[in-house]
Ligand binder design. Structure first.
Ligand code: AMP
Ligand code: ZN
Length: 139
């Protein structure tokens, strides 16, 4: 499969990065691009994307960490013009809600009239805590 294709076909974010598909681009440099989400969850919902195609963060070449984080931070700085309250997130894999399989960070401003979704929290048993800690603390 070519690097810019996903099982669903050609990659829309690669097309945007090449300026072949329309997007409201808010920031761009050599290796990264940020544009408004076409179906925003809130006013100013922005996506921050490496121009090179990778599905997920764990595939991103290390030398792109700093440029990508730098663009993310720049977009956050600008989003703070809209609201000091925002979520930064990445969906990885279909079960986590990923629908575009080209790595992207969401920056989602939150506003007073749109309080953050209610979150149900549950406790964690000792058994679960031990098991999950064991799995995640290994290098
Ligand atoms: P995810 O669910 O994390 O894969 O998010 C993909 C995001 O891309 C969604 O929030 C979509 O609204 C957004 N999206 C899909 N197509 C486009 C597009 N052509 N331009 C801008 N945003 C898009
Ligand atoms: Zn792509």
């Amino acid at each position: 499969m070519p690097p810019e294709a996903s099982p669903a076909g050609p990659c829309i974010f690669c097309s945007i990065a090449r300026h072949e598909a329309p997007a409201r681009i808010v920031y761009e440099d050599e290796g990264t691009i940020a544009f408004l989400d076409k179906f925003p969850l809130s006013r100013g919902h922005t996506l921050v994307v490496p121009k090179g195609h990778v599905d997920r963060l764990t595939e991103l070449p290390r030398e792109q960490y700093t440029p990508l984080l730098s663009t993310l931070s720049e977009v956050c700085r600008r989003v703070e013009r809209l609201s000091r309250h925002y979520n930064v997130g990445v969906n990885q894999g279909a079960l986590a809600g990923q629908i575009v399989f080209h790595l992207h960070f969401h920056v989602i401003p939150r506003y007073e009239d749109q309080p953050t979704f209610p979150r149900q929290r549950r406790g964690i048993s000792d058994e679960e805590g031990k098991e999950v800690h064991g799995l995640l603390s290994r290098a």
